[in-house]
Design a protein around this ligand. Structure first.
Ligand SMILES: [Zn+2]
Length: 397
């Protein structure tokens, strides 16, 4: 099945340089904390797979240890390491959420040059709202100003925005309030009162971090009304998260309310709730999902996790993402891990002769790249020989 074409529909940029081993290890975990005293985050399926996949890209044997690897990394320099690792992932396009810790990462133009691949933007709704508040908007004006800024980001408003419009929105509601909030849009009166509370809390704490559930609900509905794919973080994530409140099933009410509008709802990552996400994608036409992020952490068990994701979901609802953050290694190994797991998961389709190699390759290309191209309106045919993504020839949405 290799090479399966890939479009990474959710990732973050990479750090220009990694000064030392503790800084590198910080990117090997969602914990945000050092490993236990005397221990290392390299001692994990992720650490072992990273060295095995990435050491040869830096001219080392697969058996290289962490210190040898990091010495070589410093010798080559961040730009060369990033260039080699990003390109070796062989991803045809990547969608980037640059609304989180952006100052420590390279900008999107530089990322596109390093990776030699098209980079598309995702608007992180909470980050945009926090920027608007920081600029001093009043509670009365918040809804209008946020709406104008979002339209500019998406290239749908009258105001000037970035040269290349964003192709999707993203919500981190799961982190900020949990997915079990009231799914309905707040009224203008509720919103104004909520923004007033948020503003005074921000002034008192000197932090604009948005955690007000009413404002968060408004942002979600602005995303729904924008009618571009709306990504939700669900499942596994860093220590800010209350995992039980990140089960994608908790979005069922919102998914039903949004169905008539038709905005695609994209469930990111989902682990360990991948079967829940597969159910939602199977029964609601506007729901899509991936099991990115987790695949890097679960090592050889990626085949099992991806298998559980695909076992009940239609092939045209599953997407590829890395959710790589900071390390080009995570972009590279995620692509390798996904291709390997996908070929193993799909192998039974042809083992009994039920489907030809060409048919299985078509399904793999659909999951790896075609679904994302269709969903986000990206140019098609970027991989030589890539088959059409829909056997029916019907538009997807
Ligand atoms: Zn992410």
């Amino acid at each position: 099945l290799t090479p399966v074409p890939l479009v990474d529909h959710h990732a973050h940029s990479v750090a220009p340089e990694i000064p030392d081993r503790p800084s590198f290890e910080r990117y090997l975990t969602e914990s945000g904390r050092p490993a236990a005293a005397g221990c290392s985050w390299f001692d994990s399926f992720l650490g072992v797979a990273l060295l095995r996949t990435c050491a040869p890209v830096l001219d080392l044997p697969e058996s290289a240890g962490p210190d040898e690897y990091l010495d070589r990394r410093r010798e080559l320099g961040g730009a060369e390491v990033n260039r080699r690792l990003l390109r070796s992932g062989g991803v045809d396009a990547v969608l980037i959420d640059h609304g989180y810790r952006a100052p420590e990462l390279v900008d999107l133009d530089e990322l596109a040059e390093l990776a030699s691949t098209p980079v598309h933007r995702i608007v992180r709704l909470e980050h945009l709202a926090e920027t608007v508040l920081e600029e001093g908007v009043t509670a009365a004006r918040f809804a209008d100003v946020f709406g104008e800024r979002l339209a500019a980001e998406l290239g749908t408003g009258s105001a000037d925005g970035p040269a290349a419009p964003a192709v999707a929105c993203k919500s981190v509601l799961a982190y900020r309030a949990g997915l079990d909030v009231d799914p309905s849009p707040p009224s203008p009166v509720e919103l104004r009162a909520a923004v007033t509370e948020w503003r005074s809390g921000a002034a008192a704490s000197a932090s604009v971090r948005l955690g007000h559930p009413v404002v968060l609900r408004h942002l979600v509905w602005e995303g729904v009304r924008a009618r571009v794919p709306l990504q939700f973080h669900t499942g596994y994530g860093d220590a800010d998260l209350e995992l039980r409140r990140a089960d994608p099933l908790l979005l069922t009410g919102l998914i039903r309310m949004a169905e008539t509008i038709g905005t695609p709802i994209v469930l990111l990552h989902c682990y360990p709730y991948q079967r829940h996400a597969a159910y939602l994608a199977g029964v609601y036409p506007h729901v899509f999902f991936d099991v990115g992020l987790a695949l890097n952490y679960v090592g050889h068990r990626a085949t099992a996790v991806l298998g559980e994701a695909i076992e009940s979901a239609p092939f045209h609802k599953v997407l590829y993402s890395s959710d790589a953050f900071g390390l080009a290694e995570l972009h590279c190994m995620s692509a390798a891990r996904f291709r390997d797991a996908l070929s193993r998961v799909l192998a039974p389709l042809r083992d009994d002769g039920a489907r030809s190699d060409a048919e299985v390759a078509r399904i793999a290309a659909m999951i790896g790249a075609g679904n994302a191209r269709r969903l986000y309106g990206l140019p098609t045919g970027m991989s030589p020989g890539e088959p059409p993504v829909c056997s029916s020839g019907e538009p997807p949405l």
